[in-house]
Design a protein. Structure first.
Lengths: 263, 293
């Protein structure tokens, strides 16, 4: 079992030397300070603190039911903060985060083409009554190209494979032109090949475009070689550190034993 | 053919009823697509019944407080509209407030329907002046539509269509991916309220004009048909509305030609289209499977 939990851990994710305080503030994209999150008065995570810096590639890991999705939803503003505060280094109204939900949460009864799904991402910057125009179509087409699915733009969304749907949802998140991408289990229920392709795509977006990425995953082996920092969540607490520190071979073996009950 | 020419002639006696039917057939499916997409179809049964209960209640209150009301007068229609709208909107908001408790949603809608149906009959029975008129209403009294009614129907339904079209991207996003809408800073509750308001207005006026059977039929049947043949949101809405208007016209033709009750004839035609499209789809799938093997 992991033993080094720190309820208010603010370990530096990478061994980077920050300059002045101002530079540190500029690098900060998201900061949680003594935050408690939960549902209907019950806390799932209590008094947690950490920061997410610009350009970071961060995975939220932990056992089932530990509160990974709760933390992600808290960071997105989808559930109210019970205590503490979350500071955002960007304007959430003019530049909302790119959100990729678990695709099973979307209802297949909606008759939507791939393009229509991606265009929803552009709604973030469109005022009510303003219609989707040429610029929004261009953005959607570019985002579909980025995820390698430009050729299926006019196809019904629901006939795509699980991996393709996930990439479309990533394209939709990119269409919001976000500073940070938050993904909830992007590889859940997808075959290993497609899952690896999705992780490569996300890593490329982080590496080539400098997009900050925060993702929830339970695929330790898949994310281990790609993410640069990890937040481990368990029993209402979090610990953050570099991937090397948090997912050393000994710890991975420990964690796998804990997850599968074959320790 | 002669019947068709008669119906389409400008001096057709029931011209206003025909236009009213087509308007109801066009607008109810536009609202109804959200019933289907939000999986609220059973609400489509309960709310028109609640609307009818509201009409009966308003007549009863008027009878008790003021005195007998005059049938087919504008004041009566305003009274009915008020009762219908209040009951529908309050019922919708109460049901929506408990929507998160999904495990009991069908029970709540079923209870609402049963209570509304019983209340409609009781209110009508308590109001001797209202009872006969209520029976007309339940069958659908669109044949009594007049120019004034038609103007009101056109203005209100036109407004509903414009709002639905103008805010379609917001209503779609809130319905399809509520979380993303919230992440984008949209007040999902306010958009829900706007949609419920439009639903309330449409059902109230629809029930008053054509009765609860027709209103429910056109809220649900054309969108279900359109869902089988469309893959885009805009075409889904437009095809549903078009099918509704066409079914209303065809139903009117059948009712006039074969001397049948208007409302049930319209719903029967819409349902026949649904069954035909569903059967054609099933046959096509079977043929494709057979070819694949």
């Amino acid at each position: 079992m992991l033993t080094s939990f720190n309820t208010t851990s603010t370990l530096s994710p990478m061994p980077c030397a920050l300059g002045s305080k101002e530079e540190s503030v500029n690098r900060m994209l998201l900061a949680l300070q003594q935050v408690s999150l939960g549902y209907e008065g019950r806390s799932v995570l209590e008094r947690i603190s950490f920061t997410v810096e610009r350009g970071e590639f961060l995975a939220l890991l932990g056992p089932n039911g530990a509160g990974k999705t709760t933390l992600l939803r808290g960071m997105l503003g989808l559930i109210p903060v019970q205590a503490g505060q979350i500071e955002y280094g960007f304007d959430r109204l003019t530049s909302p985060p790119g959100y990729v939900p678990q695709r099973d949460t979307l209802d297949p009864i909606f008759p939507l083409s791939v393009l229509e799904v991606v265009l929803m991402g552009t709604y973030a910057r469109l005022a009510p009554l303003r219609r989707v125009g040429r610029r929004q179509h261009q953005i959607a087409a570019t985002c579909l190209e980025q995820v390698g699915l430009a050729h299926v733009a006019e196809q019904p969304f629901w006939i795509l494979s699980g991996g393709q749907k996930q990439r479309v949802l990533i394209a939709r998140a990119l269409a919001a032109e976000p500073e940070v991408l938050l993904l909830d289990e992007p590889t859940a229920g997808i075959d290993p090949g497609a899952a690896a392709a999705i992780m490569d795509l996300i890593a490329r977006l982080n590496r080539d475009q400098g997009l900050t990425v925060v993702l929830v995953s339970h695929h330790l082996r898949l994310v281990r070689s790609l993410v640069r920092s990890v937040i481990w969540i368990e029993e209402g607490r979090v610990a953050k550190g570099s991937t090397e520190t948090m997912l050393s071979p000994e710890r991975v073996a420990d964690v796998f034993g804990m997850l599968t009950g074959t320790e | 053919m002669n019947t068709l020419i008669t119906i389409l002639s400008p001096d057709f006696l029931l011209r206003d009823a025909l236009i009213g039917s087509v308007l109801v057939g066009f607008i109810c499916p536009l609202v109804g697509v959200y019933f289907v997409l939000r999986r609220m179809i059973f609400l489509g049964v309960a709310l028109p019944q609640l609307s009818a209960a509201g009409i009966a209640f308003s007549f009863l209150v008027y009878r008790v407080l003021v005195g007998p009301h005059q049938h087919f007068e504008m004041s009566e229609r305003v009274l009915a509209l008020l009762g219908s709208f209040c009951f529908t909107l309050v019922g919708l908001l109460v049901l929506a407030a408990f929507a998160r408790h999904r495990e009991t949603v069908e029970a709540r809608i079923g209870i609402t329907y049963a209570v509304a149906a019983a209340a409609t009959i009781l209110f009508a029975a308590l109001d001797p002046y209202g009872e006969a008129h209520m029976i007309d209403l339940l069958k659908g009294d669109i044949l009594t539509a007049t120019g004034g009614n038609l103007t009101l129907l056109t203005v209100v339904f036109g407004g509903v269509a414009l709002v639905l079209f103008g805010f379609r991207k917001e209503l779609l996003l809130v319905s399809f991916d509520r979380d993303l809408a919230v992440v984008f800073g949209m007040r999902a509750g306010l958009w829900d309220t706007l949609l419920y308001f439009l639903i309330g207005v449409t059902i109230s006026l629809g029930v008053m004009t054509a009765g609860p059977i027709v209103t429910f039929g056109f809220l649900v049947v054309p969108p279900l048909t359109a869902r089988l043949i469309t893959h885009h949101m805009l075409t889904f809405s437009l095809v549903a509305a078009g099918l509704g208007a066409a079914a209303a016209f065809a139903g009117f033709y059948c009712a006039y030609r074969f001397d049948m009750p208007l409302g049930p004839a319209e719903v029967a035609v819409a349902s026949l289209v649904l069954v035909t499209v569903a059967a054609a789809g099933a046959v096509r799938q079977a043929v494709n499977r057979w070819r694949a093997t």
